[in-house]
Design a protein around this ligand. Structure first.
Ligand code: BGC
Length: 416
């Protein structure tokens, strides 16, 4: 038996020990909309529950362009955050600068290799070592619709082809509502554009044109058809669309001012935060022509090298928490995405998430699973930026002919 005085010492040691292990994690992200903020709030709670201090580094701006600019200046100044929302090939670029921490100890202890689809694990590793922790899988090629607006316009079900879509959009317009809620920012323009390319050309064409950046595909008749379809969609948007944030466009659909939005399933996070139910209040369907394909977008946190031992411990705990079952469930229920960790129970998830899970697995087998270019999953940031600019120029300026649009995009794709 310990004497009282010995017990007091033991308790003091334990307390001092845990205090010494508690650290601060500064986390850079761009999750500032209603649904996004709720989701990241869950991660903060988990970290605080472990005794760590969460330093929020939120940089507003959907798609993350602003966040990436701010991140660069912090890293250049030698003062990186513990973790930053970075994804796709950009993870490799950051790792090659030698600034990212090695997460192998956590990954090994938590068995990440067994718990992640290989396509995802590969993106999280640099030269075989984990440098980032994945959060979720977002599907990008969705179309969201307000059920009551469709009913009032006599549109019986979600359109499955682009021809059906334009008929439905005409009916909505006739019924006095905005057919397409769009936010005119270049990542949003491209989110719509890549769904159009996928719907018009199919997954193989999408891969050739937008992932491999093959000039033949980029200058083909299918690309011409894609641009024609893309331009036609614009005529169904409202005049206030330029510059609008994506979540405000989602709000137009939630409120019933507009019928459709083309957006990834973070939009579902907004419907959920507004208390809306899929199937009853709103419809989730693959963008026309894309039911057999899946553009994936995996959010992840890359971790930066830190000097302080407590901060390193907090960082490792953050990485472990991100891949933990508790976070994977509660975060993704709020965010609209599905867990990236394999074999998670899906009973609390809605039908849209269940469809996403099924399609993710099915399309992985058929070749329909393709990386989202709009969301930084497919190509190097320089080429991505250039083609996004060319696509938005075409969207914004009706005087650019389809033939010139095709040429400009193909030229931009050659950017090194
Ligand atoms: C991110 C999502 C985010 C969306 C809008 C996407 O690139 O992957 O997590 O909700 O941008 O900000």
């Amino acid at each position: 038996m310990l004497k009282l005085s010995q017990m007091a010492t033991a308790v003091a040691l334990v307390v001092a020990g845990s205090a010494a292990m508690a650290g601060e994690v500064e986390v850079l992200h761009w999750w500032t909309s209603g649904g996004e903020a709720k989701s990241v709030g869950e991660l903060k709670k988990i970290m605080q529950g472990k005794g760590h201090t969460w330093k929020d580094f939120a940089v507003a701006g959907g798609g993350g362009d602003n966040a990436m600019t701010v991140l660069k200046s912090r890293v250049v100044a030698g003062n990186p955050p513990a973790a930053a929302q970075i994804k796709g090939p950009a993870i490799q670029e950051w790792a090659s600068e030698g600034v990212l921490a090695n997460l192998d100890a956590t990954a090994k202890a938590e068995k990440w290799d067994e718990l992640l689809p290989k396509v995802v694990a590969d993106v999280m590793k640099y030269k075989g070592n984990y440098v980032a922790a994945p959060v979720n899988v977002h599907r990008v090629n969705w179309m969201w619709a307000n059920k009551a607006v469709l009913d009032a316009a006599g549109v019986k079900s979600a359109p499955k082809t682009w021809d059906e879509f334009f008929k439905a959009a005409d009916a909505v317009k006739k019924a006095g509502k905005i057919a397409v809620a769009h936010g005119g920012q270049n990542w949003q323009d491209f989110t719509t554009f890549e769904s159009v390319v996928l719907g018009v050309g199919g997954a193989k064409f999408y891969n050739d044109a937008l992932v491999k950046l093959d000039q033949k595909a980029l200058t083909s008749a299918t690309m011409t058809k894609s641009l024609e379809t893309f331009r036609k969609i614009k005529s169904y948007t409202d005049a206030a669309s330029p510059g609008r944030d994506w979540n405000l466009a989602t709000a137009m659909v939630i409120k019933g001012d507009a019928a459709f939005q083309f957006m990834g399933d973070w939009a579902k996070g907004e419907f959920a935060a507004a208390g809306k139910t899929p199937g009853k209040d709103y419809v989730c369907a693959a963008a026309p022509g894309t039911a057999n394909a899946y553009t994936f977008n995996v959010d992840s946190f890359a971790m930066f090298k830190l000097k302080d031992a407590n901060a390193q411990k907090a960082q490792a705990d953050l990485a472990a928490a991100i891949m933990g079952t508790e976070f994977q469930e509660v975060f993704n229920l709020n965010k609209g995405s599905i867990p990236v960790r394999l074999n998670m129970k899906m009973d609390k998830f809605d039908d849209c998430a269940k469809l996403s899970t099924k399609d993710f697995v099915d399309t992985a087998k058929t070749g329909g699973l393709v990386p989202s270019v709009a969301h930084g999953m497919a190509i190097k940031p320089a080429a991505e930026g250039a083609i996004k600019d060319a696509v938005s120029q075409f969207w914004n300026d009706d005087k650019i002919s389809v033939a010139d649009g095709v040429k400009n995009i193909a030229k931009a794709a050659a950017t090194k």
